[in-house]
Design a protein around this ligand. Structure first.
Ligand code: 3HC
Length: 373
């Protein structure tokens, strides 16, 4: 299988970012969205990201023009007919994605591979909307797609192994570290990351800390590039709610119920950066949140990190993902300075397990207990 022409359906922040990734790597790209207005937004998203790189001296204006020249935008699916691969990056609504896939199946040439950038939905169900389910995979990028150097390739039980292998090789050709994952809600990174983000909002909802304390704690005490509320705003709070619903439907655990604070913001139309406000207001420039209450910051930092490390241990122990893939996913997909298993090695497994037991006993939430060995 060889790839030269790539289609992208959906031109929001992720879709436009994926267009940029392929166009920067020299591929001819067709970007399709549902209306002329959505196409214009996509075109603007690409232009903004490229002009940011030009203004930082990372790209010359000429290179930026060459990249832009590789992309054709339009609102019609038929533009995608001779693409070797089409990546769908529409909102996290299963019925929308299955409808897109059945349309793609009609218009894309028979040898074309179809990929979904879904954050957590079942790739198997999406594949079943087509008559080429063996040629359907997940290809999951991280936001901002041109920056984060990790992609998950999700093969289903019905995916052709050669297709999974060739899409994985393509991911590597884009300069990304790849991990092959099976089709489980949240795959590797979102399962871990979204639980952590949801946990932070549960702490906020309980009134135990402010959003500034939560964000400052993770930035200052773990050197994360963003705190959890800032990251929810970047990813889109509506998207995060949908991911948590899918994870909760799978686990049935109370800790996976989408936190009230997220539901309220979504109901208010405050989805994060893309709508101009979420936990924070983006009408003015956003500065890193600060707070001087060191005790609260230390407590929320310990609780968030403890629960997260416990989830990483469980994910590896159940054989779902290797520690190498988990560490790479969290570092290269989310820009974290250390992978969770590097943290565990530094802190000591027995200390992490003790912290897990303390957290479970203090909160009365048994899901935080360490795995029995
Ligand atoms: N598009 C393109 N490039 C961007 C960008 C964007 N939206 N935002 C930032 N960048 C680039 C900048 O140009 C800069 O590039 P350079 O190093 O070549 O100059 C680099 O990223 C760093 O940018 P800044 O210095 O302006 O800003 P920061 O240092 O604060 O970094 C960040 C911004 C890269 C967003 C960083 O804060 C980060 O990594 N945050 C964590 C993001 C994260 O966790 N993403 C994963 C979310 S989960 C997900 O996406 C999965 C989905 O399914 C939900």
């Amino acid at each position: 299988m060889s790839y030269s022409k790539i289609g992208v359906v959906g031109l929001g922040i992720m879709g436009a970012g994926i267009v940029e990734v392929f166009a920067r790597s020299g591929y001819e790209v067709i970007g399709v969205a549902e209306s002329e207005a959505a196409v214009e937004i996509g075109r603007g998203n690409l232009a903004k990201s490229l002009s940011r790189a030009v203004s930082k001296g990372k790209l010359s204006q000429n290179e930026s023009d060459v990249i832009t020249g590789r992309v054709t935008f339009g609102p019609e699916f038929k533009l995608l007919s001779d693409c070797d691969l089409v990546v769908e990056a529409a909102p996290e609504i299963l019925s929308l994605k299955t409808s897109i896939f059945s349309q793609l199946d009609q218009v894309v040439k028979p040898s074309g591979i179809l990929a979904t950038n879904t954050s957590s939905l079942s790739v198997t169900q999406i594949a079943q909307a087509t008559n080429r389910s063996g040629q359907v995979v997940g290809l999951h990028f991280f936001n901002p797609a041109p920056v984060q150097k990790f992609v998950e390739v999700i093969g289903t039980k019905i995916s052709d192994p050669d297709v999974v292998a060739s899409v994985t090789a393509l991911g590597a050709a884009l300069g990304k570290r790849t991990a092959q994952v099976t089709d489980k809600p949240g795959f590797i990174v979102n399962k871990l990351l979204l639980r952590y983000l949801n946990h932070a909002v549960q702490i906020l909802d309980a009134g135990s800390a402010s959003k500034e304390q939560l964000d400052a704690a993770m930035r200052e005490l773990s050197n994360y590039p963003m705190g959890p509320c800032e990251l929810l705003d970047l990813v889109g709070i509506d998207t995060c709610v949908e991911i948590m619903k899918t994870i909760h439907a799978d686990t049935g655990l109370d800790i996976d119920i989408p936190a009230q604070g997220m539901l309220e913001l979504v109901a208010d139309g405050k989805m994060g950066r893309k709508t101009g406000s979420g936990f924070y207001d983006y009408s003015q420039s956003h500065e890193a949140p600060t707070d001087s209450d060191e005790l609260i910051k230390a407590q929320v930092h310990l609780d968030l990190v403890t629960a997260y490390l416990g989830d990483c241990i469980a994910m590896q122990a159940t054989g779902y993902a290797s520690r190498e893939d988990i560490d790479a996913g969290m570092k290269l997909g989310c820009g974290l300075p250390e992978g969770p298993f590097e943290v565990i090695e530094r802190v000591g497994l027995s200390q992490v397990r003790k912290n897990q037991a303390d957290l479970a006993n203090r909160t009365g939430i048994s899901s935080y207990q360490p795995l029995s060995l």
